[in-house]
Design a protein around this ligand. Structure first.
Ligand code: ADP
Ligand code: ASP
Ligand code: MG
Length: 427
């Protein structure tokens, strides 16, 4: 008997009909002779709606209460799904994150998993039930409070349970047929990827490909969990994410054995760009700028410092989460005299567009082709950063979709078929 963990995202359970449809699928999996653990997200855009509601009440919600609020979305869907399964004559028991033994640290809104002890989930399976677990939440042993793991975190719940229960596979069910060479909502002719290395998937997720939560890919790689990303609306085979050094993932005849040069194009619209102008070109200035920002727990992504011109002054630009912009500006303005800069210039939303591929490390000319594609499309580049397996640029937010499409086409990734998006708002 196999143990299968299935995770259903918000768009797969957006209303009563969808919940009934998903329940049928789960029951079929059980009837085929498997043990089934299901991780479920909040219905449709419930999490966003809860955030909006809180926002109507306060600008500064206590983080503890925010997590209690957000965790309720997943509780609704797990109970409704259990009911729908009962309607099909099977039994299911639903568990909150804390009941399922998801122990996290005490950092509200971005809690990290410390321990997974799914004793009750296992007992329910042993008693012949389907176990359903609320995604993206846990409990801190220290504070005894409910925590949530950050947007998209249900994927990580599913992978963590799959690892703890030693599941045969972790299936991530969503509203597209798998991982594509670009977001099918942006590039109509994106191609479905049959197998992708966990290294490339990690890089894509880190660059903004939200079909998988970044931490779920890290966790799967660390614990050797086999991930299969697929649509809950069809029976089609999706995308297998292959952990390194495994021979357990089916490699079909005709699959290339070497990594492709390019896996795909990712985009991210969540970053802002802050430029500090007229910084004295002297030792210690970069440290004076970035120390207070780091101490405030603000993450920085790309950094560019101009070479100093005859004036002995330079500009420093960096990107950060758009929502951290006000705080970062405040911190820097408090130190304006000490650092000695002239001005701050903040763009709240810029676009980050990245090309990812493990094979590019052995192939010259990738960057040149990338920049030519953007130049042919008339797109201005603000910042550039590269790694061995990624090239990223920051552009104007208005240029984002055009840039993704231009790069996708320039690297011959366009397919003849249109990619299907089955549901969801892409919010
Ligand atoms: P769920 O609610 O199932 O967790 P998400 O909205 O988190 O779903 O993730 C699925 C969405 O990810 C898709 O609808 C698609 O718009 C988006 N996406 C972005 N990049 C990609 C990509 N490269 N391949 C597939 N989907 C992508
Ligand atoms: N419901 C949460 C969110 O919308 C968690 C998830 O769906 O993964 O971010
Ligand atoms: Mg998701």
């Amino acid at each position: 008997m196999s143990l299968i963990v299935q995770k259903y995202g918000g768009s797969s359970v957006q209303d009563a009909e969808s919940i009934k449809r998903v329940a049928r699928r789960i029951v079929e999996t059980k009837k085929a002779g498997n043990q089934v653990v299901v991780v479920v997200s909040a219905m449709g855009d419930t999490t966003d709606d809860l955030l909006d509601l809180a926002d109507d009440i306060t600008e500064n919600p206590p983080l503890r209460e925010m997590d209690i609020l957000l965790s309720s979305g997943e509780r609704m869907s797990m109970a409704l799904l259990a009911m729908a399964i009962h309607e099909h004559g099977e039994t299911a028991q639903s568990f909150t994150g804390s009941q399922a033994g998801m122990i996290t640290d005490a950092i509200h809104g971005k809690a990290r998993i410390i321990e997974v002890s799914p004793k009750r989930v296992q007992e329910a399976l042993d008693d012949g039930h389907i176990s359903i677990v609320a995604g993206f939440q846990g409990m801190s042993r220290e504070s005894k409070d409910i925590t949530t793991m950050g947007r998209g975190g249900s994927d990580t719940t599913a992978v963590a349970l799959a690892a703890a229960l030693n599941a045969d596979v972790c299936e991530i069910y969503t509203d597209v047929d798998g991982v594509f060479t670009a977001d099918p909502r942006v590039v109509k002719n994106a191609q479905k990827i049959d197998t992708i290395s966990s290294e490339d998937m990690l890089e894509m997720a880190a660059a903004g490909t939200k079909v998988l939560h970044l931490r779920s890919v890290e966790y799967a790689r660390r614990f050797g969990v086999k991930l299969h990303v697929r649509s809950s609306f069809t029976d089609k085979e999706g995308t297998w994410v292959i952990p390194e050094e495994t021979d357990q993932v089916p490699i079909k005849e005709g699959d290339p054995l070497e990594q492709p040069i390019i896996s795909g194009v990712a985009h991210d619209a969540s970053e802002g760009k802050l430029t500090i102008t007229g910084v004295p070109d002297a030792p210690g200035k970069a440290a004076a700028v970035f120390n207070p920002i780091a101490e405030a727990g603000i993450n920085i992504d790309m950094i560019v410092q101009d070479i100093s011109v005859a004036t002995g002054k330079t500009n420093i630009s960096f990107t950060l989460s758009g929502s951290d912009g006000d705080k970062a500006q405040r911190l820097l303005l408090e130190r304006k005299e000490e650092i000695g800069f002239d001005n701050l210039d903040f763009a709240e939303q810029v676009a980050k567009v990245s090309l990812v591929g493990g094979g590019m490390r052995n192939h010259p000319g990738v960057s040149a082709r990338f920049f030519s594609a953007l130049s042919d499309a008339g797109i201005n580049i603000m910042l550039i950063s590269t790694s061995e397996i990624r090239v990223s640029v920051i552009t104007d937010i208005e240029d984002m979709d055009k840039a993704v499409q231009a790069i996708h086409t320039a690297f011959d990734l366009d397919s003849d078929e249109e990619a299907k998006v089955y549901a969801g708002t892409g919010r």
